[in-house]
Design a binder for this molecule. Structure first.
Ligand code: ADP
Length: 360
């Protein structure tokens, strides 16, 4: 089987690492021949060679939604999940409108252009979060606004979403996988901790009632959207116990990196099984697990040896060029209990970010 991947980032890199075990061949389409997945693919293609890439692939999936529209159009017949889902994910307005139309619970929101921002903020009522319609990720292109006066200097014609600021008890996510015949499995729920809008660490969390509701929501959403592949759903758990969808992603997700060590089958392997028509693997949790992102650090900036000394810790290094707050790698940890995993996460955080962890 020859699998094409749109995007050359770490999500594609881990998909290839996992897929090698199944004997697949991988072709990656990305501008950069040195990106993590391009480097380890059987062949790399720049976007100009999309036709040749398409002809050679049996199936094409995406690890990244900001693919040019012309490229998506050219590969759409071989895409799993459907190209429309990737297109939906490129626009926050489209994503929210779709979820709203289907009746899923969301924070209150409105959309419009930069020239209408003040009215939008007033309509929802501060504090609100203003989010750019496109190209936002890892907390980029969004601002918390507590007064209408703060809203200035944003593009008049640009599209924005304004949504209520949710005073959540926790952020959680569930990732589902669905095959071509409609079979669905879901991965265990995780609790996620962000710092300045970017995921810093997460771990599996046993909260049966919340998990049951989240799993039902993910399953129903995967059916409504006819997803073949993965769907990650990020949720706010409000202080009165309600679940609201923050975001969805039809691809492998950072909150599922723990599945490489925590579950019987990883999100990456199950993505490949789903899009290639193989039986889905068990998503059972082998042992409580968690993950810490390595943000903006090089291998010389911390001690990998100290991390690897932690029982059950695994280091994943993507080999990217260092930039401030960029996701450079991650550490997975497992333990006999959720408490043990939390202790290990704290230890990893103190080794990676000694200054920040001393402050808190
Ligand atoms: P991105 O697509 O950049 O990851 P998100 O919309 O997921 O952006 O926001 C990143 C993080 O910012 C969230 O995980 C959450 O911590 C915080 N955040 C975003 N929207 C809200 C909101 N409406 N209320 C409270 N916190 C929010």
């Amino acid at each position: 089987m020859r699998v094409g991947i749109l995007g050359g980032g770490q999500l594609g890199w881990m998909t290839i690492l996992e897929g090698r075990k199944l004997g697949f061949e991988f072709l990656v389409l990305d501008k950069n021949p040195n990106s993590p997945a391009s480097r380890i693919a059987d062949r790399w293609f720049p976007p100009e060679k999309v036709e040749e890439f398409r002809e050679l692939c049996d199936v094409i999936t995406a690890e990244f939604e900001h693919v040019e529209e012309e490229v998506l159009e050219k590969v759409s017949e071989k895409m799993r999940p459907r190209a429309e889902l990737i297109l939906m994910k490129r626009s926050r307005v489209e994503e929210k409108k779709t979820l709203f139309r289907l009746g899923y619970p969301l924070p209150r929101f409105v959309w419009g252009t930069g020239s209408e921002l003040k009215e939008m903020v007033n309509l929802i009522g501060p504090p609100v979060v203003v989010k750019r319609d496109s190209m936002g990720y890892d907390g980029k292109g969004q601002w918390r606004v507590s007064s209408v006066k703060e809203v200035k200097g944003l593009g008049e014609d640009e599209k924005f979403v304004v949504e209520e600021f949710v005073d959540f008890e926790a952020e959680v996510s569930v990732i589902g996988v669905r095959d071509m015949w409609g079979n669905i499995r879901t991965f265990p729920l995780t609790e996620n901790h962000h710092s300045d809008g970017i995921l810093l660490h997460n771990r599996t969390r046993t909260t049966p009632e919340v998990e049951r509701e989240a799993v039902e929501l993910v399953k129903s959403l995967m059916e409504d959207l006819k997803v073949v592949g993965l769907l990650a759903v990020e949720l706010f758990l409000t202080r009165n116990g309600k679940l609201l969808i923050n975001e969805v992603a039809p691809r492998p997700h950072n909150t599922g990196h723990y599945t490489l060590d925590g579950t019987e089958t990883s999100q990456f392997e199950n993505l490949l099984r789903a899009v290639c028509g193989l039986p889905l693997g068990s998503t059972r949790l082998k042992t409580p697990a968690g993950m810490v992102n390595i943000l903006g650090l090089d291998l010389e900036d911390f001690s990998p040896e100290e991390i690897l000394k932690i029982e059950g810790a695994k280091l994943y290094w993507y080999g990217k060029e260092k930039r401030p707050r960029r996701k450079m790698g991650h550490v997975n940890v497992v333990g006999r209990s959720e408490e043990e995993v939390s202790v290990k996460i704290k230890k990893v955080l103190s080794l990676l970010y000694p200054k920040e962890t001393k402050k808190s």
